[in-house]
Design a protein around this ligand. Structure first.
Ligand SMILES: Cc1ncc(COP(=O)(O)O)c(C=O)c1O
Length: 408
């Protein structure tokens, strides 16, 4: 059983007949043709379909191959956008704000806005400098404040940062609702819309990195919808093709696009392209993926299963001695293991508790992966009630077995 959607990509299960057929059908026509100076049918149609389902205002689509490049492109466009301004003060706004503990990919631009020392620290000499704000992590940083006061504290400190930096900042990048690779940290409700309001106040563009949260994972098509937020850039990848082929898209607004139009006398080129940009096989898979969402009313269909998943986690996993917190947003779950749950004290990292748990799960036929001592569950949206219950049951057994192992 694949309990992490093959690193958060698979949506409707493996070997879905519709997606397999769409790829075969496309391969029999043409697999790939460059998008430099040309368009192709599946990618053009996909761009149109993405605009239909994206939050309001996102009208333009730029394709690439993976989540990191989707972010890279948003960063480069946000910088180039300011450089094209008629106003010299605006041309100086080329910096970025990100969040501590953020993960946006492994290429150097996305590493620059990454906030996890383990992944990013060693590359600090290679990257541009970004500024980092606090992402709400109530479990680690909240108490003794109540949740509402903690939310206010996070927004207030972001506002202070923006007050100081807006004149040299082009954009803020955020993982909406959930910081994924940072440990499935679920932000306080209201944080995302608060961030959008601050970006509006200080004229900062908002980049929503929905590489992990996009395509139903949080219980809505896009996480931004939970708080009615429309970003200026939306980065998509992972589940875009249903988990079949690498592809990514960076969406932006007409306003950003207009600035790149230039004129006959002074043409503007956004220099960013990849050999496989707009790949037709991947676009065909993505179109089949979106068809399944539509035909099977997937977002509506998963709602009762999200509730069942929540109840099972609360009944079977949350009460375990070694569990500090269960964080859940739709089908995204992080189970924070704790040596002492009353004080949120972590296990000694040398014990590698997260790894112990996932190896116990392997023995029971379930593939899950840890992020340090956070056990991640991210089932396919097509998991049945029985499969969800089995995933939770095996996870609970594996946590108990890993704790037993420590005693021997
Ligand atoms: C939020 C987010 N952005 C970007 C990426 C990078 O995506 P990729 O691994 O496809 O480069 C990831 C990958 O986990 C992610 O979670």
């Amino acid at each position: 059983m694949d309990g992490v959607s093959s690193l958060w990509v698979t949506v409707h299960g493996h070997n879905h007949p519709k997606i397999t057929a769409a790829i075969k059908d496309q391969a029999e026509r043409i697999a790939h043709s460059t998008m430099l100076g040309l368009a192709n049918v599946p990618a053009s149609y996909l761009a149109w379909r993405l605009v239909q389902i994206a939050p309001d205002g996102l009208k333009m689509v730029f394709f690439s191959d993976n989540g990191s490049t989707a972010v890279e492109i948003a960063l480069k466009m946000a910088c180039h956008y300011r450089k094209l301004s008629q106003n010299p003060a605006e041309r100086r706004r080329t910096g970025f704000i990100s969040f501590h503990n953020a993960y946006h990919g492994d290429t150097l631009g996305s590493v620059s806005v990454g906030g996890i020392d383990l992944f990013h620290g060693v590359f600090r000499d290679l990257i541009f400098r970004a500024e980092f704000a606090e992402y709400p992590n109530y479990y680690r940083q909240g108490p003794p404040l109540d949740r509402q006061s903690y939310l206010k504290h996070c927004l207030d400190s972001l506002e202070k940062l923006m007050e100081r930096l807006w004149e040299r900042t082009t954009a803020l990048i955020i993982e909406p609702l959930v910081q994924g690779a940072g440990g499935m940290i679920t932000a306080e409700p209201g944080f995302l819309s608060g961030v959008r309001a601050l970006c509006n106040r200080y004229g900062v563009l908002l980049i929503a990195d929905e590489v992990a949260t996009g395509f139903g994972r949080t219980g809505k098509m896009f996480a931004c919808e939970h708080e009615d937020v429309s970003p200026d850039f939306l980065c998509l990848s992972k589940a875009l093709t249903g988990g079949y082929l690498p592809m990514a898209a960076t969406l932006t607004t007409e306003k950003v696009y207009q600035r790149f139009l230039g004129s006959e006398q002074k043409p503007v080129v956004f220099y960013h392209g990849h050999s496989y940009t707009g790949n037709q096989l991947a676009a065909a898979a993505a179109l089949a993926n979106l068809d399944i969402f539509q035909e099977e009313q997937v977002i509506k269909a998963i709602q009762p299963r999200i509730s069942l998943f929540r109840k099972a986690l609360q009944d079977k996993v949350a009460p375990l001695e070694a569990v500090g917190e269960v964080r859940q947003c739709g089908f995204m779950v992080g189970i924070e293991l704790a040596a002492d749950r009353t004080t949120a004290k972590s296990f000694d990292p040398a014990l590698k508790m997260g790894r112990r748990v996932i190896f116990q799960a392997r023995k029971r036929g379930v593939i899950i992966r840890p992020l340090g001592d956070v056990v991640v569950l991210m089932p396919h949206l097509s998991f049945s009630e029985e499969e969800l219950l089995k995933l939770v049951e095996v996870t609970a057994e594996s946590i108990r077995a890993a704790c037993e192992e420590l005693k021997t």
